[in-house]
Write a protein that binds this ligand. Sequence first.
Ligand code: FE2
Length: 292
Amino acid sequence: MNTRQVERIIDSINTSDGAGVKLLRSIGQRQHVRLDPFLMLDEFGSFDANDYIAGFPPHPHRGFETVTYMLEGHMLHEDHMGNKGHLRSGDVQWMSAAHGIIHSEMPQQQSGRMHGFQLWINLPAREKMKPASYRDIPSERIPVVALAHGGRVKVIAGCFIESEQRTNGSVQGLATQALYLDVHLTQGQQFAHPIPASHNAFIYLYEGELAVGDATTTSVTAHQAAILGSGEQMAVSAQKDARFLVLAAQPLNEPIVQYGPFVMNTREEIEQAILDYQTGKLVQEKAQAFNE
Ligand code: FE2
């Protein structure tokens, strides 16, 4: 199996979103810094309530999915259709905004650490105007696999394969066949995983240091995204204790027109989204909720 080498390193930039939540943005920091179908990856993480307390008051989305993964903290999600959900340490919310959502994401803590990620994954044209839906996945429902050579993997989406053993993640059946793993290794441990050759893939390291690749390796440090080149597997070794996300998915190869929280295929569809938002037609009557 050909091992994927690092094609490009993206350093996170400091930014803020919502009502002033401090973020580190890697993928999506500019519109051409994307990896089809991944549109954006934000890491939020602070012990200082001033950095997160204002949260994300009501705002719209259309045309893609948002995946929120809380490592630590407590957030309340509410939308204009009356859906409500708590996200606590280790929980994941996989939201398909599709036709439209207007929602808020507000911290439910006054102090302590808030740490996690929000990933935006594009939807294919045929799914952009489907009804919105949610998967709220509590931490205890997300499989965690202890690796044979040390370390552990949390399998959020897709299928984790070690030797002949397959572990299905909490989210399956996506148009983009996304793989979303959270891997923890201690210094010196190695990790490799197959990735379909047709997928785009990257690693986001949020703690520690990694050597990525096999014969030639590239050193990756915390808060960097490493975009991987072609191959059938990814391989890393931990130069220090390391925590990282492995993200891979089938590219859509469709035109992208983005206007803030609306991601469509054409300018006309964006204009329609803005008009629908202004005239109260962005949101349909009820989102499908999958409480897993
Ligand atoms: Fe949002």
